[in-house]
Design a protein around this ligand. Structure first.
Ligand code: C2E
Ligand code: MG
Ligand code: MG
Ligand code: MG
Length: 290
């Protein structure tokens, strides 16, 4: 185990050592087919300004309904796709689908920034920036409409290489976000060197924010740290009115979570935007009272 842990983090999937090999290989084979056949979906979770109640963006989250297994959650196939390298195909598929959706929203008059998750393996994909340029040109979107989310751990595995890739992306005007902030390995020395726009507080600090003094202290501190470094701060995993109101009070820039909206398929997302514009969403009343 120790010997394996010491290998480079991008080591190839170790077929021989894996007791679940046949099952995992067949799942990855099926994923490859699903990508080729455009059979995956993206759900979109709104991002909201707690002070104003405005919806300003959405995060794209992949959804896979396997023909025999049914729904397969991302947490169970993304790590496997990272090990096998299939993640690069998934990322390219996801970027194209998300940017097309974003262009469709723009055409309907909705100016929303689209967030897409990147994995550690994507940071080693030297062709990714050109790919993104091509997709932006194809969809007619400006680079600042796209935000890429990367976890701290993905960056800290090989920080110098990661920073070089993040700079290439940031130079194009693409916005960058550090996802799941607070639970990964992080380093203040690297944090100040990252060309990021946003840090995203991990949902473990947010889900019981309204009733946990320690979480309030942590979240308040992360917001202050982020602001002092010039970053916007988003809280993920907002599950109730009390937490949303606290985030508004603390000056958190953006919030995301089941209390605002679950990740939604495109039709449901359009319905959400319509009810939001019409002021028909219960939490809007809560926000106005605050
Ligand atoms: P993430 O990027 O941190 O995404 C947030 C996860 O939290 C999503 O889970 C979302 O559905 C969930 N969530 C949102 N609001 C709440 C809430 O109020 N309470 C709770 N308990 N959960 C909430 P999901 O969609 O299952 O995705 C899990 C992870 O899988 C994501 O974490 C991300 O790391 C990864 N992932 C999802 N889609 C993609 C993708 O297209 N590409 C890559 N590379 N990774 C993805
Ligand atoms: Mg994310
Ligand atoms: Mg996250
Ligand atoms: Mg996460």
């Amino acid at each position: 185990l120790n010997a394996r842990a010491a290998e480079p983090y991008v080591r190839l999937y170790d077929h021989a050592a894996d007791p679940h090999r046949p099952e995992r290989l067949s799942l990855m084979g099926d994923l490859k087919i699903a990508i080729e056949q455009d059979a995956l979906e993206l759900a979109y979770q709104p991002k909201l300004e707690p002070q104003t109640g405005r919806v300003v963006g959405a995060e794209a989250l992949v959804r896979w309904t396997h023909p025999r297994r049914g729904f397969v959650p991302p947490d169970s196939f993304i790590p496997l796709a990272e090990e096998t390298g299939a993640i690069r195909h998934l990322t390219r598929w996801g970027l194209r689908r998300a940017l097309r959706q974003s262009a469709a929203w723009a055409a309907a008059g909705h100016d929303l920034r689209m967030s897409v998750n990147l994995s550690v393996r994507d940071l080693g994909d030297a062709a990714l920036p050109d790919r993104i340029d091509a997709l932006l040109a194809e969809t007619g979107l400006t680079a600042d409409r796209l935000m890429l989310e990367i976890t701290e751990s993905a960056i800290m595995g090989e920080p110098e290489a990661a920073i070089a890739m993040l700079r290439r992306l940031a130079d194009r005007g693409v916005e960058l976000s550090i996802d799941d902030f607070g639970v990964g390995q992080s380093s203040f020395a690297y944090l100040r060197r990252l060309p990021v726009r946003e840090i995203k507080i991990d949902r473990s600090f947010v889900k019981a924010l309204d009733e946990t003094a320690q979480d309030q202290a942590i979240v308040r501190s992360i917001i202050e740290l982020g602001h002092n470094l010039g970053y916007k701060v988003t809280a993920e995993g907002v599950e109730n009115a009390g937490s949303l109101n606290l985030l508004a009070e603390m000056g958190c820039d953006l919030a995301q979570g089941y209390y605002i909206a679950r990740p939604l398929m495109p039709g449901a997302f359009a319905d959400f935007l319509a009810s939001h514009a019409a002021g028909e969403i219960p939490w809007q009343a809560t926000l106005r009272e605050a």
